[in-house]
Design a protein around this ligand. Structure first.
Ligand SMILES: NC(=O)C1=CN([C@@H]2O[C@H](COP(=O)(O)OP(=O)(O)OC[C@H]3O[C@@H](n4cnc5c(N)ncnc54)[C@H](O)[C@@H]3O)[C@@H](O)[C@H]2O)[C@@H](O)CC1
Ligand SMILES: Nc1ncnc2c1ncn2[C@@H]1O[C@H](COP(=O)(O)OP(=O)(O)O)[C@@H](O)[C@H]1O
Ligand SMILES: [K+]
Length: 507
């Protein structure tokens, strides 16, 4: 298990820390170690001639901040401390006393504060247990109005450690140094505007202690590069052939939405799948052939509205000839019988877009209960609500767990932080993405990419949720790379497909 993959709640973090202390590690020694690591990171970021304001809370988050203040003071930075609480935990109080004895200016009143270039937020960490109100809330709002960079220790003060919810008010950090293990709240969409750039400060928590509290296989994990690499099944075996590298059937597109079929096809191409077949309405077949010459384009009879009316596969082929099917982008809801047909097949299946809208019309849970093989659903929040009107998707982790449990499918909820669950409640969260992906068509690319990976590895004893996670990570990294080179406005869905391969090259 890799530390970067692990996600904890505040209760789990407290239990893990409890084991470290029970093992004999002195609390004060751990605080020195943690704060030493934070100070070193800060030294590498903040130029020497700058003034740093340190915000100190009543608990050990404040203690960490005071050790940081001391270390930066000795390194020659101009440092001041703001500590508005009447009562501090003992260790925190001792560090405050020592900082005062060193002559570091300490203030209790906002009005007295000098200006500064950077703020360090050590008001609250994972010990925040209730809404922030009154003076402290006003203080946080005041600092948010200062136009300077804020580094939060562990998490921005005011965020709920598990849900990322703002408890009254919260520091809007530009950087967050998460301590030891990733806190669940930092991966929730509602926290994103507060955490800035987040990084993990690894202070050597023994894996044995983590295992005791989280189990050998933790339920909630962050997707990392390693997850993806393990899933992609590389390098290719030297004696492979095209049918051993998977055969994906895409069912997508209509006269109205022809572009969606192209984007899904280009996403699938990037996966390296051995064989790609794409079923589309006959009238758009020439268009698909011109964009994807390597794919077998199956022109199907169409309805008056230009949707596929009959899945006319080539001779000697039926649905069971394919390793996986991805169905939905651009279909329109006129293709209902086609979606019913693939749901009734026994082939591993991804449903997206209109595939999901049709599933919702058919009745999500009873329809999926009939399926024997793997099903993956990839809704955005609108589609999720249509599929699961009774599930509250504010808590996205719980929402995907419930949806997966109810349907037996692997469920991916799209958004800034994609959450994925299998029916046993094992969750992956995609920790990094870019709003540059919030554009029409980028979901089609994801469906194709995921379909291709699924077809390649489905018979190789992989966990299906790992495939879904790998596709999500790869897709987001493609967006991040494209945005870096082309700005956040330069990542249209076609361009995104051109960056996917680059992600692997850089890996
Ligand atoms: N042993 C150590 O030195 C370590 C310290 N760490 C730090 O310790 C932190 C956890 O420390 P604590 O458990 O002391 O908790 P915090 O420092 O997060 O805050 C708890 C304190 O805030 C008070 N409080 C909670 N909610 C409040 C509210 N809404 N308004 C006013 N006061 C409120 C509590 O009564 C308590 O005094 C971590 O976040 C991290 O920064 C660990 O990460 C690493 C190890
Ligand atoms: N704010 C955001 N930050 C990061 N990724 C996003 C954001 N908004 C959307 N995305 C991603 O963009 C894709 C959009 O997919 P979708 O909503 O299906 O669009 P479409 O159907 O037009 O292709 C998904 O992968 C989603 O996770
Ligand atoms: K903090």
């Amino acid at each position: 298990m890799i530390k970067e993959q692990i996600v904890v709640t505040s209760a789990q973090m407290r239990d893990i820390e409890g084991r470290i202390f029970a093992g004999g590690m002195p609390v004060a020694a751990l605080m020195e170690k943690v704060a030493g690591l934070i100070s070193n990171r800060l030294k590498s970021i903040i130029p020497k001639d700058r003034t740093i304001g340190i915000l100190v809370g009543p608990g050990h988050n404040g203690g960490d901040a005071l050790v940081v203040a001391r270390e930066l003071h000795f390194q020659g930075y101009q440092v001041w401390i703001y500590q508005p609480f009447p009562k501090l935990k003992e260790l925190t109080s001792q560090h405050l006393q020592y900082a005062q004895s060193l002559g570091i200016p300490c203030y209790q009143e906002l009005a007295e504060l000098p200006s500064c270039d950077f703020l360090i937020d050590g008001l609250f960490g994972f010990g925040l247990e209730r809404e922030i109100t009154g003076n402290i809330a006003a203080t946080i709002n005041h600092f948010n109005d200062w136009n300077c960079q804020i580094f939060s220790i562990d998490l921005p003060s005011g965020l709920h450690t598990d849900t990322g919810e703002v408890l009254g008010t919260a520091i809007r950090a530009t950087h967050t140094f998460c301590l030891g293990l990733w806190k669940q709240g930092l991966l929730q969409e509602q926290a994103l505007e507060y955490i800035g750039k987040a990084e993990l400060i690894d202070f050597d928590i023994p894996l044995a202690d983590i295992h005791v509290i989280l189990g050998e296989v933790p339920k909630i994990k962050r997707i990392t590069k390693t997850t993806v690499f393990n899933t992609l099944s590389l390098p290719l075996p030297p004696t492979t052939h095209k049918y051993k590298s998977g055969h994906l059937l895409l069912i997508c597109g209509s006269k109205r939405y022809a572009g969606g079929a192209i984007l899904t096809g280009l996403g699938a191409r990037a996966s390296g799948v051995g064989m790609l077949s794409i079923a589309v309405p006959e009238s758009i077949k020439p268009l698909l052939v011109s964009h994807l010459p390597e794919a077998l384009i199956i022109g199907c009879p169409e309805t008056e509205t230009g949707a596929i009316s009959d899945l006319q596969l080539p001779p000697k082929t039926d649905l069971s000839s394919f390793s996986a099917i991805a169905c939905g982008p651009g279909l329109t809801t006129d293709a209902t019988p086609i979606v019913e047909q693939v749901i009734n097949s026994e082939v591993p299946l991804i449903l997206d877009a209109d595939g999901l809208n049709i599933l919702a019309q058919l009745g999500t849970i009873p329809t999926l209960r009939k399926r024997q093989n793997t099903t993956i659903l990839t809704p955005h929040t609108g589609e999720f609500h249509r599929l699961f009107p009774d599930i509250n998707y504010q808590d996205r982790v719980k929402a995907v767990q419930t949806a997966a449990l109810q349907t037996g499918a692997v469920v991916l909820l799209k958004g800034a932080r994609i959450a994925i669950s299998n029916p046993e409640g094992v969750v992956w969260i995609n920790p990094e993405s870019t709003p540059a992906l919030a554009r029409g068509g980028s979901g089609d690319v994801l469906t194709g990419l995921m379909g291709g990976i699924l077809a390649r590895v489905v018979n190789k004893q992989v966990n299906i949720e790992d495939v879904v996670a790998a596709a999500s990570w790869w897709h987001s990294q493609g967006g991040i790379l494209a945005a870096k080179e082309r700005t956040e406005l330069g990542v249209d869905a076609f361009t995104l497909t051109q960056y996917l391969m680059r992600v692997l090259v850089d890996m």
